[in-house]
Write a protein that binds this ligand. Structure first.
Ligand code: CTP
Length: 402
């Protein structure tokens, strides 16, 4: 599955850089093209000549080529890559990646890279367990990077292996598995509609009714679907998140009515839709044309009107073979409420989160879900990052296309 893949291998200044030649050799053996980028500190541990010989490509370290002064384009490299692997990744590089510091060629390439990024940390135990390092790793996970670490266990020496770089064979296998999943997913070129984020319902020109949805779950889903080759139509309410992948077409909306109109336009030729948005159930019956003034009033009544149910509207129009999935965020009687919504909205499956679970729901980087499908299957998952949860949901979706 690595055959003809374009990989960027970023090497930073750790003693584990001595394992980089083994990584390059394994990738080349499996048919990948490898472009090595090394940081100045990385060169203290391993010579570019060794890496260039093994990868059959000049190693990049500087913004300009020393030979002829030509520009090494981090943007072109980022677009060329099918995946980027940073191994070993030092605490310093991880810190810079987490905090937007782009002071060498490896980091600028990382920030410009649209392909999935894998990071294999390597440092001593104290640096690894430091709260700052752990917070930076959490940030990288939240940004969608995959952290590759050895399963915790005892080393032969009796020391716990935390912070030690994952073995080259295991790293190569994980990238291979990633591409295999991508290829077998059956999502290539499939158009998939996603709704995400909250909706804002205007009260007057400066006020609205909204909710706490951050859009994180929907955007994580968009990234995973795009990486598996789907053409994602992401209809998003107001959020501060950015999309990175070129396979994602983003349509920004504000209100439930706008979201419904955009969803209806896209749904017809979609293979599937996942409705992740936290749609406001009601909107003000009238939107005041001017700012509502206080003017001594002690009470103000807002009359609300039901919004359209986007999920039920699409559910009623679903063609045979189209897959429709939704979410349910519940605080009580979780399963029976979710099953009710599954039927009412004609979903093929529903993703249930309970606000009773710590770490689930709005504005978190984690989620804990149960998937209930229309065939009566119920699958409960442990607490995971929203990125990993997105992978589980996409896994469920792909099962319908296999
Ligand atoms: N949904 C939608 N349009 C709406 C309301 C909800 O598309 N107007 C979708 C959501 O995106 C989600 C699912 O329906 O996938 C369930 O949303 P939820 O708000 O839990 O359902 P409601 O039908 O509004 O039920 P209630 O508020 O009574 O729990």
């Amino acid at each position: 599955m690595l055959n003809d893949r374009h990989l960027i291998l970023g090497i930073t200044g750790s003693i584990a850089a001595c394992k980089a030649p083994a990584l390059v050799r394994l990738f080349i053996k499996r048919g990948a093209e490898v472009q090595v980028i090394i940081t100045p500190a990385g060169k203290e541990f391993i010579t570019p000549l060794t890496l260039a010989t093994l990868s059959r490509k000049a190693v990049i370290s500087d913004f300009f080529s020393r030979r002829d002064g030509s520009w090494n384009s981090h943007v072109d490299l980022g677009l060329w890559a099918d995946a980027m692997l940073i191994a070993p990744a030092t605490a310093s590089t991880i810190g810079k990646m987490a905090n937007g510091i782009a002071d060498n060629m490896l980091l600028t390439t990382y920030f410009a890279c649209k392909a999935p990024v894998f990071v294999a940390p390597a440092m001593d135990l104290d640096m690894y367990t430091h709260p700052a390092t752990q917070a930076n790793l959490d940030k990288l996970r939240a940004y969608g990077n995959r952290i590759l670490e050895p399963a915790s266990g005892e080393l032969a020496s009796g020391l716990v292996g935390k912070g030690r770089m994952e073995e080259p064979e295991a790293i190569v296998q994980q990238l291979d598995d990633f591409f295999e999943k991508q290829a077998e997913g059956g999502l290539q070129k499939k158009k998939i509609l996603l709704t995400a984020g909250p909706t804002y319902e205007k009260i007057d020109p400066v006020r609205f009714i909204g909710n706490y949805s951050s859009g994180k779950m929907g955007f994580a889903l968009a990234e995973v679907l795009a990486e598996r080759g789907a053409e994602v139509q992401l209809v998003s309410g107001p959020v501060t998140l950015k999309t990175r992948h070129p396979n994602i077409r983003r349509i920004d909306v504000e209100s439930a009515e706008e979201m419904l109109a955009a969803a209806l336009r896209e749904f017809g030729d979609c293979a599937a839709a996942i409705l992740c948005a936290a749609v406001a159930d009601y909107r003000p019956a009238e939107t005041a044309p001017q700012k509502i003034k206080r003017e001594g009033q002690e009470e103000l009544e807002l009359r609300l009107k039901a919004n359209p149910d986007i999920a039920a509207t699409l559910g009623a129009r679903k063609r045979p073979g189209q897959i429709l999935a939704g979410f349910a965020l519940e605080t009580e009687h979780e399963l029976s409420h979710a099953e009710g919504k599954l039927q009412r909205k004609n979903f093929d499956f529903i993703v249930l989160n309970s606000l009773r679970d710590k770490g689930a729901g709005f504005r978190t980087d984690t989620n804990k879900i149960t998937i209930v499908d229309s065939r009566g299957q119920i699958l409960a998952y442990p607490l995971k990052s929203k990125r990993e949860v997105a992978e589980d949901i996409v896994g469920k979706l792909t099962s319908y296309f296999q």
